[in-house]
Design a protein around this ligand. Structure first.
Ligand code: BDR
Ligand code: CA
Length: 311
């Protein structure tokens, strides 16, 4: 089994990603670390616990991490995910506990105590927790098997400003730390997630599952569509974060290029933009496998297979 830590700000599409990971028999979810992003930390850590209970997995430890970005004030996305972060599905009061340990300490401790190259970090929100862990304990960088993250954009432009994707924009300084850390990084930017869109047929595959998880995932996608139809038109809602989990399970669904990615930290209009060196003109070494293509039907089928394993 592949050991992973999921760092996340649930979040509708985060919820589908976490459910898929908990359903996948190939993955061992060591813990879930919450970060402020789509909604404040008090809600993201609570939503993470609700999702574990939906999956029938209350033993998965959930940790709270950073409540705000490294340097900037927190920007949230209630306009997409609703006031709770997961509007559109009935939310209960979780009974599983929040772990007392800080998320950053859990990340550091896990990487130090497990064999070198055995733990993958999956980042589905702003990169604050990962950056703090790398700054607190630089020795963990060479111990990371791979960082697979949803964030960034090039061809598709931005979804929170004209230039920047939400996860990178919320904490660009953290993204900069992570992109320079030296560990292998796979990036799922808007350039690929905008090709992984819902449709009535694809939501139908999840709705048709005979369990609760399939229906919850279908509900969250329907909620996302309500918002995204106003923005992107008739073509359905991009399902961003689950691409990270799908990549771990079936990398051949995706293709991209090994390139250097840097984050704009100074631009007035372009703060948080991801700058891609397609032609090697910067002299900076490639640090990211940057994805641009996905087999969308294959992706949604894989999600349905994972969710089918849950209650
Ligand atoms: C990212 O922003 C969040 O709103 C989503 O959960 C996803 O992680 C997409 O830009
Ligand atoms: Ca997210």
């Amino acid at each position: 089994k592949r050991a992973i830590i999921i760092d996340t700000d649930p979040g509708q599409d985060d919820a589908v990603a976490i459910l898929a990971a908990l359903g996948a028999p190939e993955l061992d979810v060591l813990g879930i670390t919450a970060v402020a992003g789509n909604v404040p930390l008090a809600l993201t850590q609570r939503n993470a616990r609700i999702i574990c209970e939906w999956a029938g997995r209350p033993e998965v430890p959930v940790f709270a991490g950073a409540a705000s970005p490294l340097l900037r004030p927190l920007v949230t996305a209630e306009h997409v995910h609703g006031k709770t972060g997961m509007d559109g599905v009935p939310l209960h009061e979780p009974t599983m506990p929040l772990q007392p340990q800080h998320a950053v300490d859990f990340i550091v401790h896990t990487l130090r105590s497990r064999p070198v190259g055995s733990v993958t970090l999956c980042a589905l929100g702003p990169l604050t927790n990962l950056a703090l862990a790398l700054r607190l304990a630089p020795d963990i960088a060479p111990r990371i098997k791979e960082i697979v993250l949803m964030g960034g954009s090039y061809f598709e432009g931005g979804n929170i400003t004209p230039a920047a994707e939400f996860n990178i924009y919320v904490d660009p300084h953290a993204a900069d730390v992570v992109l320079r850390c030296g560990a292998p990084i796979v990036m799922m930017p808007l350039d690929v997630t905008h090709k992984a869109r819902t449709s009535a047929e694809r939501i139908g595959w999840l709705r048709a599952l005979p369990n609760r998880a399939g229906n919850l995932a279908a509900d969250t996608m329907t909620t996302l569509e309500r918002y995204d139809v106003q923005r992107y038109g008739e073509f359905g809602a991009p399902l961003h974060d689950p691409t990270v989990i799908a990549y771990l399970l079936q990398p051949a669904l995706f293709s991209g290029r090994q390139v250097n990615v840097a984050v704009e930290l100074a631009g007035e209009l372009t703060l948080g933009a991801t700058v891609i060196d397609w032609w090697g003109v910067s002299g900076r070494a490639a640090n990211v496998h940057y994805m641009t293509e996905v087999d969308a039907d294959g992706f949604f089928r894989l999600l349905a297979n994972c969710l089918a394993q849950l209650p």
